[in-house]
Unconditional design. Sequence first.
Length: 549
Amino acid sequence: MQSDAIKKGIARAPARAMLKATGLTDADIEKPLVAIANTWTEVMPCNYHLRALAEKVKEGVRAAGGTPIEFNTIAISDGITMKTEGMKASLVSREVIADSIELIAFGHSFDAVVAICGCDKTIPGTVMALARLNLPSLSIYGGSIMPGHFHGHDVTIQDMFEAVGACQAGKITEAELRDIEGKACPGAGACGGQFTANTMATALTFLGISPMGLNEIPAVDVRKPQAAYDCGIFTMALFNKNTRARQIITEASLRNAIVSVAATGGSTNAVLHLLAIARDAGVPLTIDEFGKVFASTPLLADLKPGGRFTAVDMYAAGGMRLLGKRLQEAGLLTDAPTVTGKTLFQEIATAKESAGQQVIRPLSNPIKKDGGLAILRGTLAPDGCVIKLAGHERVYQRGPARVFDSEDAAFEAVQQQKIKPGDIVVIRYEGPKGGPGMREMLGVTGALVGQGLGDSVGLVTDGRFSGATHGLMIAHVAPEAIVGGPIALVRDGDIVTIDVAKKRLDVEANLDERRAQWKPPAARYTTGAMAKYAKLVGSASEGAVTSAS
């Protein structure tokens, strides 16, 4: 056992003494030591319930012959910090989560790891750590929140952000806004649509690093504790067979994960996160592979934000097994091992479809024939950018640029209703280095939709979008503005063309003449974690990962 390094032999008596001080016995110490990496926090509903799940995971580990040892790491709420300076900490936290789990598991010589995640960045962050450690390990997601109910229909946090824009436009009253506010988030669990959390929970299932059928169980469902217990059992089985994370996270399984994102109209953030996981697993993966998969995968799941249903509805309809069965029949998946000990195809063979369900379309009637996302390039994004297409948006727009050097400036213009139909809003200096931290623009996009401009305004940014964003919205423009990418040189009135059919994002301007006059703005942070991150982080087109080189 790897843990023998800290617990075996006469010289390790002091270490054993300290372990016994935590309540462990000699018998406990002799067993495999299993890290329970938790992301519990009281600051958000997404992770609020994870302490209880950790106890069930530990019960499973003990029942299967291991000794669980729990520790915690940080989590930042995207939804709470959205449109504030603090939102810059969100993507940074992904690296801190991965680093902290890696360090604890490495430093204490754990034999296996169970990672419990909830909100957006804890999901990829935990799996990045598992890939680095390459131990017997798996990830379990805390589950989706149940939808709220308002005026007879389901609502999610997406509706809350759009209600802000509607209130500012005078379409609803402040009293109505407060009414929605009290109903949009009824309890524990991550945001209910196919936003970033549920997108990544889906991706990890098809990646094989999360057990099939368990991530999709809603947070407050009575079956979730048993799912957590089962994860403890599965982890010990992985340990006994010496099945390690990099045997699960492979080129084939990463492609399966990308297919699942495309088929569900998932969040653009999945591109960043799967690139980062691939890098830590030592698997070559480029943004161009996403473009190929997106172009050949039908959009089958009618999920919010672009569709009608929530993640809870998809679970009731037949869930990820049913989706997987459709994708297997289309020849889009590759059979691969999973952490349950069964292969992906063995898992989806037991798929059951609920009678009359409308969430997961048949292959003969997709929402659209190509995937819910696309990669564009062009004079405005030579290294690529990402657009989410749920099947109903426009696929072409040509219009004048309205340029803003921060999300705050753009949001103020939206609040003052200065954005007009036909405009293409350009928000820059919000990239990984420029933000730093690559804030999400849900405050801006939600307000535009709430004001009724979602079908007539485009948005282009080197920042990110929330998974709840929908419309003709383009993110992750690379190179970013702070390093002198073309987006830094765009001016008000320049004509920008978004052409999804041709996979192009272009601007009509002589950028070479302007480049000689351009100077990067001063760094927003010169000390602390944000400054370190800005110095070490790379391009969004490569996953916005940090590197010492």
